[in-house]
Design a binder for this molecule. Structure first.
Ligand SMILES: [Ca+2]
Ligand SMILES: [Ca+2]
Ligand SMILES: [Ca+2]
Length: 200
């Protein structure tokens, strides 16, 4: 009985401790190689191309420069692609998309485009002089559970697009943050350890 109470206390502590719930999804694009006209791992690029820039390939486009990798939303094929991926979302939950966007300092102009998350749409406009990231966000509350798309689409095709990094999605259910997979994993490990102890 004592050990069962301990398990309950540990799991409760893990859940309570996740006031800063792990994100539902996050990608800083650091795990990718850099290059022309390639899609970052886990993402789809359609109707054109994007570039993964960073060390060895226009490193100054990311903010800050150095070891950072980020996405140039207009690749190197004179046709900006649509960068997208699909998420399985739960109806009634509120998902908050957050991402960093900067202008393209190789360009003399302003980059415009559209971000679509489920049925939520956000237009963007970033001048070349905006070299520091602006953090933008977009909320989506699906009416029913299912697969929904997140996409970033730069206008034009001059091979210089807006610079994207640090895509993060968090989720709230009835206003309460839902722990991400790391939080759930921690709870499962704690429960597993306690169960083993109970058997010994
Ligand atoms: Ca990055
Ligand atoms: Ca490019
Ligand atoms: Ca452009």
């Amino acid at each position: 009985m004592k050990s069962k109470l301990l398990v309950a206390a540990l799991v409760a502590a893990t859940v309570t401790g996740s006031a800063h719930a792990a994100p539902f999804f996050s990608d800083d694009f650091q795990s990718n190689g850099v290059g022309f006209n390639i899609a970052p791992s886990g993402w789809t690029v359609s109707g054109g191309t994007v570039d993964i820039v960073g060390p060895g390939y226009f490193p100054g486009l990311c903010a800050p420069a150095g070891a950072e990798k980020c996405i140039d939303l207009d690749g190197s094929s004179s046709d900006a692609g649509v960068l997208s991926r699909v998420f399985s979302l739960t109806g009634g939950n509120t998902y908050t998309l957050s991402f960093d966007l900067a202008g393209n300092r190789r360009s003399a102009g302003t980059e415009t485009g559209t971000v679509t998350f489920g049925t939520s749409v956000l237009g963007f406009s970033v001048p070349a002089t905006q070299t520091a990231y602006a953090n933008l966000s977009l909320l989506f509350t699906p009416g029913s559970s299912g697969n929904y798309s997140l996409s970033f689409a730069n206008d034009g095709g001059d091979n210089m697009g807006a610079i994207l990094d640090n895509v993060v999605i968090t989720v709230e259910s009835n206003g309460v943050p839902v722990p991400g997979t790391l939080g759930l994993l921690a709870a499962a490990v704690v429960a597993g350890i306690a169960a083993r102890r109970r058997r010994n």
